[in-house]
Ligand binder design. Sequence first.
Ligand code: 5AD
Ligand code: SF4
Length: 474
Amino acid sequence: MSAQTVHIKSFGCQMNKLDTALVGAALKEAGFGFTDSVKEADVVLINTCSVREHAEERVFSHLGHLKHIKESRPDMLVGVIGCMAQRLGGELLARDEVDIVCGPAQIPQITGLITKTLQEKKKTLAVTEKIRQAAPENPALEEFESVYDSNDAQVPAQAYVRVMRGCDKFCTYCVVPYVRGPEVSRPPEAVIGQIKRLAGEGVKQVTLLGQRVNSYKYNTCGKTYCLADLLYMASEIEGIEWIRFVTSYPAEECYDEILRAMAELPKVCNHLHLPAQSGSDKILKAMNRNYTASKYLELLDKARDTVPGIAIAGDFIVGFAGETEKDFQKTVSLVEKARYKNCFIFKYSPRPGTTADKRLQDTVSIEVKKRRNTELLAVQERISDELSKRFLGKEVKILVEGLSKKPHLNSAKGGKKPDLCSKNGDLRPQLVGRTETDWIVVFNGPESLAGEFAEVKITRTRPLTLFGELARKD
Ligand code: 5AD
Ligand code: SF4
C-alpha cells in the first residue's frame, strides 16, 4: 500500500498554527504524505477555532464541502481537531462526514487515532471530560511538544514555541478556558531546550506563545521563573536573532520585569500585543477584565517610557452585552489615546457556556455592532496612517517571510497569486516581511530572500503596510 496522504486545514490563532505544525511533523514521521488538494487526500484534518461563532460557521461550511466529496470517495477519513472538537465532541462525531474528533489535549494521539480509525473503520472520539477538573500537567502533551519540530510551515526561519497552555482568567465572553483547560506553564528547561534545537535547525525568530503569556510562572530549584527570565535565557541562544511573545494581558504582575527585559535585550522585539477589549470601565467590569481604562493607559505609558519606540497592538470587542453608545465612545476615546500601531476589532459573539452568555443579554443588534466596528476601524486607520508615514524615506530591517499573498501594489481588490509586476516595472516577485516592531513591509526582490534579514528603504505607505525598495540583504 502506498503512503496515505493527508490534507490539513487550519483555522484560528497562532496556538492553532503551532498545533497544526506539530501534527504535521508527527504524521510526517509516521510515514504519511501531504497534499494541498482535499480531493486527493486520504485523510483530511481540520484544526478548528471556537472563539467566535463565525469561526465555527466556516468550519461547518468546510465540513459540508467534505461531505459532498465523501459521497464519491467514502473511504476518505475526516478528522476535526482543536477547540471545536473539545467544545462539541460527540455532536460533531454524529455528523455523517466526521470520523475522528480530537481535542487539543489529545493531539499527541493523532497518529494512533488515524491508524485505528482506518483499520477498524469506526468513528473515534478523543476529548477531555470535565476539562476544568483535568490534571493540569499533561506529560504526553509535554513530550509531544518537546519532540516535534514546531517550525512554521509558512514562514521559513520562524517558529512558535508554546510556553504555557490554557487560561484561568475567565473573561466572561471567552470560550478559551473551557476548551483549552487550566493554565499550565512549561518547564523553562523544556522551552529553552526547544529554542536551542530550533536554532540548530536554522530558526532565527521565535515567538513565545501563551493565552496570557505574561502570566508564565514556573517553580523549580527554589526559584520562580517568569516570562522575563525566559526572555533573558532565550537571548543567550546563538542563532536566534529576534524573540517575540504573544498575547499579553494588561496586568502589573511581572510587567516591569518584562519591559526591562525588552529594553535591555536587543534580540527581544519592541512589540507588545496588549488587548484592552473596551474603553468603558462598566464594560470592562462586566467582562471581568480587572482593570480600568485609565489603569490600562498607565500601562501603555510605562511601556513607552521604558522601551522607546515600542509598537503596541490592541484587541477590542464592540457590541458587548450592555454596551451603550456612551460606552462605545469611551472605547473610541481609548483608541485615540492609545495610538496603537494596529488593532484587531471583533463584534461580540456570545459563546455557549461562557458567563456572559449565561448571565447577560446580547443587547446590541448586529447592525449596531457592524457600525461600531466600522467606526472604530476608521479611527484606528487614521492613526495607523499617521504612524506609517513616519517611515517614509527611512531604511528598516525586516525578516523576509516569503512571497506576498496579496497583490498589494496595483489593485485594491484581493487575489491569491503573488503580483509579479509593480508600478516601477520591477519583474522580481513581490515579497513580504516584518520589522522588529511588526510593521508589514512589501517590496520586490528575489524569492531566495525568504527567511533572511534584509534592509528595505520605505518609499510609500498605507495605514497597515509599508512599501519599499530592497536596500541590501543583511
Ligand atoms: N466575541 C468576540 N470576540 C471575542 N474575542 C474573544 N472572545 C470573543 C467573543 N466571544 C476576541 C478578543 C480576544 C481575541 C482573540 O478574540 O478580543 O482578544
Ligand atoms: Fe480568553 Fe481572557 Fe483568557 Fe484571553 S485572558 S484567553 S480573553 S479568558
